[in-house]
Design a protein around this ligand. Structure first.
Ligand code: PLP
Length: 393
């Protein structure tokens, strides 16, 4: 099955670029240039060099012995948690800042919810000596103080978004407004496979290094490139898109996306977009999103800040609708248990986002010979407070 994006920026029925006219020049400039820039050998050399020497790639593909025994199958963990800054997000911010430089931009803006994407952006701006402004909802700034301070240490300016619910969507609106007013010298780094075309495909391309590595690492270890399952959590969907990318067209590989069910899919406090969402337009693309009857976005909830998003990237809406992807969900409780379970079993404390992917192991039935890859998107250091509050270990 074809998953690739078409010329208009659609994956099946989802995607596109639903933007105000004033943003058109910026988005068009990106669309006209991104593929040529990314595929340029000089760009690739610099991108690959930084992934290796700065981010620490390739990340290990680790055979989790004790976890495999528990599930009577063969489970490998793709260790994105070992990247510099502690998650996969830096793959994308490195790619986008190099692209911004080639487009002649001097300034970077970004929006952030929990602060993880803001930190990854502030990091690469420091690396490149570029000015960085990160928009963040006032409520989120209070909730995520350590990340606000991290961004400031790195030299970024954090601007509070004080309209609406003072959270991610308001920060996104502020960032878009800033971009409209500064189209010439500024690049907007979006942090997941969301936003108007070409952002979803561009971010997926930068993250596709994950499945590129899984392929040769599996080949090296067990002389086959393709696992039977790839499992990843989905907020906007960038770590999942990266882990799935080189397997989209091989239908023998089961692609499993795990959403956050929060306190339960039907509790009213959840972020299980494919279960609850309907087609609509969010942040510039047509996708599935959680909305009221009259189209107002519903505030999502998850214990993990990174999965607390009311939509999913258009590629995931397409994987869901077409049946190519299997979509599961895990509650707060299931994820927390899975996180503590992995800590005890393998000595790896996962990000709570990644723990959702691990929780899905309980919902699948594996054969003894199956090869299962779980994308461990991030490390749990940032979540220590949440683990402590949760207790139970
Ligand atoms: C941000 C984040 C996510 C969710 O973002 P995606 O775009 O869905 O990958 C998942 N895991 C970690 C560790 C994160 O920081």
């Amino acid at each position: 099955m074809k998953v690739a994006v078409d010329e208009r920026g659609y994956y099946g029925n989802f995607g596109g670029a639903y933007i105000p006219e004033m943003l058109y020049p910026n988005v068009e400039e990106l669309k006209e240039n991104y593929l040529q820039i990314i595929h340029d050998p000089q760009f690739q050399k610099q991108f690959r060099g930084l992934l290796k020497d700065y981010a620490g790639r390739p990340t290990p593909l680790y055979f989790a012995n004790r976890l495999s025994e528990k599930y009577s199958t063969n489970i490998y963990l793709k260790r994105e948690d070992l990247n510099h800054t502690g998650a996969h997000k830096v793959n994308n911010t490195i790619g986008q800042i190099l692209l911004a430089q080639r487009l002649g931009k001097q300034k970077i803006i970004a929006e952030t919810g929990a602060g993880q994407h803001g930190v990854a952006t502030a990091t690469v701006c420091a690396l490149m000596g570029m000015e960085c402004i990160v928009y963040m909802g006032e409520v989120d700034m209070a909730r995520q103080k350590p990340n606000v301070e991290r961004m400031k240490i790195l030299g970024a300016e954090v601007r509070p978004a004080s309209s609406g619910s003072k959270t991610l969507k308001d920060a996104t609106n502020e960032a878009l407004r800033h971009w409209i007013n500064n189209p010439v010298d500024t690049h907007y780094i979006i942090g997941s496979v969301v936003g108007p075309h070409p952002y979803p495909e561009m971010v997926a391309l930068f993250q596709s290094v994950i499945s590129e590595e899984i392929k040769w690492q599996l080949k090296e270890k067990i002389d086959r490139e393709n696992p039977d399952y790839v499992i990843a959590c989905v907020g906007g969907g960038s770590n999942a898109a990266g882990a799935f990318y080189h397997y989209y067209e091989n239908e023998k590989v089961n692609l499993v996306a795990v959403e956050a069910a929060g306190k339960g899919v039907n509790s009213g406090e959840s972020a299980a977009t494919t279960m609850l969402g309907k087609p609509g337009v969010l942040h510039g693309s047509k996708t599935l999103l959680m909305q009221t009857e009259d189209g107002q976005v519903i505030e999502p909830y998850s214990i993990s800040a990174g999965l607390d998003y009311p939509g999913i990237g258009p590629v995931h809406a397409h994987l869901f609708e077409s049946g190519r992807g299997k979509f599961l969900s895990a509650t707060d409780e299931e994820a927390m248990k899975a996180g503590i379970f992995l800590s005890r079993l393998e000595g790896i404390i996962p990000a709570i986002e990644s723990a959702h992917a691990l929780a899905a192991l309980d919902q699948l039935k594996f054969e003894k010979d199956d090869i299962v890859v779980v994308n461990l998107s991030g490390r749990g250091d940032k979540d220590l407070e949440t683990y402590i509050k949760w207790g139970g270990y």
